[in-house]
Design a protein around this ligand. Structure first.
Ligand SMILES: NC(=O)c1ccc[n+]([C@@H]2O[C@H](COP(=O)([O-])OP(=O)(O)OC[C@H]3O[C@@H](n4cnc5c(N)ncnc54)[C@H](OP(=O)(O)O)[C@@H]3O)[C@@H](O)[C@H]2O)c1
Length: 256
């Protein structure tokens, strides 16, 4: 159960090596989130480093479970394992995702389908698995990392953008469906974040850092937000972007 001031005491991170997720967890661990499970693609050096980082930040217990987003048939057992380790789970942070390159996807539609499976299909499967367990507990918060890329698909990354649009719509619907059951879904929409996912790419306007997004996530949890924009100005930027005439949007989003 969340502690007396509403902070989570136990958390599961799906995509446990995500830089954004770890930045958020650093702050939550400092606020007494004592037990964490990191669900990672492999229990290797990156997972070990992530676990050490959270222990150094003050977590009493950090476990690693293996989790492959690309295979939905394995999600229930991975999530079961994590819930088994934590007992009662206050927070699930869904942070896995792949960006990929539109040029690559154009040449290799199977690679595009694989990316959509991770970004969208896996999020549906994991979101429903988590929601069912939260319903049984009678409480829990699911944080889903979406993206402003889902607000309007760009010609230069429309496979990624469309997968995030699907994820975002699913997460909002799930949150609405869970109203009254003690379960909350918070959608996070970052812009361009300087992490290894975007390494080597030209930064977009209003680019930010994993630490900034992590702080926004924690603030959103504390304020009871349904949707968190990171940085907040992107809410207004995309309000305009969404409604630009198509001909203007095509020019704005043309491949560079
Ligand atoms: N960086 C940005 O500009 C930005 C902007 C908006 C939204 N986002 C979203 O924020 C989330 C976190 O991204 P990040 O910036 O923190 O990048 P990141 O550090 O690269 O994190 C991505 C995470 O997804 C995991 N992952 C990828 N494929 C997986 C699979 N098949 N099974 C299990 N895990 C898998 C990665 O695991 P491995 O370590 O095994 O690769 C890693 O933990 C993603 O959903 C991303 O789409 C990022």
């Amino acid at each position: 159960m969340n502690d007396a001031v509403g902070s989570p005491q136990t958390a599961l991170v799906l995509g446990g090596t995500s830089e954004i997720a770890l930045a958020a967890m650093d702050l939550l661990v400092a606020r007494r989130c004592e037990r964490v499970v990191l669900a990672c693609r492999e229990n290797g050096p990156a997972a070990t480093t992530a676990a050490q980082r959270l222990r150094a930040a003050g977590a009493n217990q950090v476990d690693i479970v293996t989790f492959d987003a690309s295979d939905p048939t394995t999600h229930a057992s991975a999530i079961d394992e994590a819930f088994g380790l934590l007992g009662d789970v206050d927070l699930v942070l869904m942070a896995f995702g792949v960006l990929g390159s539109q040029t690559h996807f154009d040449a290799d539609p199977l690679a595009a389908a694989a990316a959509v499976t991770v970004n969208y299909t896996a999020s549906v499967s994991c979101g429903l698995e988590v929601a069912n367990r939260f319903r049984r507990q009678g409480h829990g918060t699911l944080v889903v990392i979406s993206s402003v890329a889902g607000e309007r698909a760009r010609a230069d990354n429309y496979v990624y953008g469309s997968s995030k649009a699907g994820l975002d719509a699913f997460s909002q619907g799930l949150g609405d469906a869970l109203v009254g059951e003690g379960v909350r879904v918070m959608v996070v929409r970052p812009g361009f974040v300087h992490t290894r996912m975007t390494a080597g790419l030209k930064a977009a306007p209003f680019s930010t850092t994993a630490d900034e997004v992590g702080a926004r996530i924690v603030r959103g949890l504390e304020s009871g937000a349904d949707i968190v924009w990171a940085p907040p100005v992107l809410r207004w930027v995309f309000l305009v972007m969404r409604h630009l005439p198509r001909v203007v949007w095509r020019r704005v989003s043309a491949r560079s």
